[in-house]
Design a protein around this ligand. Structure first.
Ligand code: ZN
Length: 346
């Protein structure tokens, strides 16, 4: 079989297999066509986003996309609802069956909406997507670390008060640039979330070093690390993560385009996985990194040399890391095996 044929078969199998997204920001998942439709300068915007295919110069260039292009197209209930519908539809069309949808606590409220109004709009959009597609999408609060810990705790408590009893809020994730404040500063926030029975996730090991990953696990109790890439710099930490059963939710395109890794091939995904750490691959912000969930798996095959069985392992890890019932996880894993089996071409 030629390389081209083999890659074609893997691509077909990857597209077909059920997938779970474990690192996915709602704010980074807008459709560009919708942005062009709703943005005040929409008519002047190019067909392809101007940043596509190029590494961001720095973190400021990355965040400028949110402020210039994306914030102007949110903040109204009907727009938020539409974005939620479209983001989940785009995932469902890739056969993503589960996503932990990270919702920023303030990005959508800037026109004066209350936090409750923002969450209600997301939930309406989710319900519309779920009426048409099979996709679980528990909501996670994305807490920004560019505010004092006390302020983060206050906003968390305000949202938890209505979103936990409603069954909307299932977990938290500390996000944004780690250089602003380390995870250890937010240990009390994590203790409060743990008391409410929420799933604990934290961004770490992206622009912060290995120590921030260790703190996320040890001081915040977060066994689910968004990125965790730079944990690879410290072999003792890698062994520790494998021992404690932590999960790393990596995003190869994001790491390359934000300068965390010099190339996709340089991503330590394989090194971490081979060391026994449970890893997944994810898209992070699909619109900003010109990617999607399927593409991240394909990149693992073409640029990192992952075999079919290794791809199956990554995909099964993602379901294993989910909040789904054991029965649903087993069903998804069996389907992944069927899709990627080498005995019969899919
Ligand atoms: Zn992220």
């Amino acid at each position: 079989m030629t390389t081209e044929n083999r890659e074609g078969l893997i691509e077909t199998a990857v597209r077909r297999m059920p997938k779970a997204e474990m690192h996915f920001h709602f704010e980074g998942a807008f459709r560009w066509s919708t942005v062009r439709e709703l943005h005040p300068d929409g008519r002047a915007l190019p067909e392809i986003p101007p940043w596509h295919g190029k590494p961001f110069e720095n973190w400021e260039a990355f965040t400028a996309v949110f402020s210039q292009f994306l914030k102007p197209v949110t903040g109204k209930p009907e727009w938020i609802e539409r974005h939620a519908l479209e983001a989940l539809e785009d995932l469902a069309l890739q056969n993503v069956r589960y996503v932990e949808l990270l919702v920023s606590h303030r990005f959508h409220a800037w026109r004066g909406l209350s936090e409750r109004e923002v969450w209600e709009a997301v939930v309406r959009g989710r319900a519309r997507a779920q009426a048409k597609h099979r996709i679980d999408a528990p909501l996670f609060l994305g807490v920004s670390r560019d505010q004092p810990p006390e302020a983060a705790e206050a906003i968390f408590e305000q949202i938890a008060e209505f979103a936990v009893p409603a069954g909307w809020l299932k977990g938290i994730d500390l996000q944004s640039d780690e250089r602003a404040r380390p995870n250890r500063d937010f240990a009390r926030l994590y203790a409060k979330a743990a008391q409410l029975g929420l799933k604990l996730r934290a961004h770490a090991g992206e622009h912060g070093g290995a120590e921030n990953v260790r703190d996320a696990v040890d001081l915040c109790g977060a066994l689910h690390i968004s990125h965790g890439t730079r944990a690879a710099e410290e072999p003792a930490l890698v062994a520790y993560l494998a021992r404690t059963g932590a999960w790393l939710h990596l995003c190869p395109s994001s790491n390359w385009l934000l300068g965390v890794c010099p190339s996709i091939a340089a991503n330590p995904l394989r090194k971490l996985q081979d060391a026994g750490v449970r890893c997944t691959v994810n898209s992070d912000d699909p619109l900003l990194f010109a990617t999607d969930t399927t593409r991240e798996y394909l990149i693992a095959t073409t640029e990192m040399g992952f075999s079919r069985s290794e791809i199956a392992g990554l995909a099964k890890n993602a379901f294993g890391a989910s909040l789904l019932a054991d029965r649903d996880i087993a069903e998804a894993c069996a389907e992944i095996d069927r899709c990627l089996s080498t005995r019969k071409s899919p």
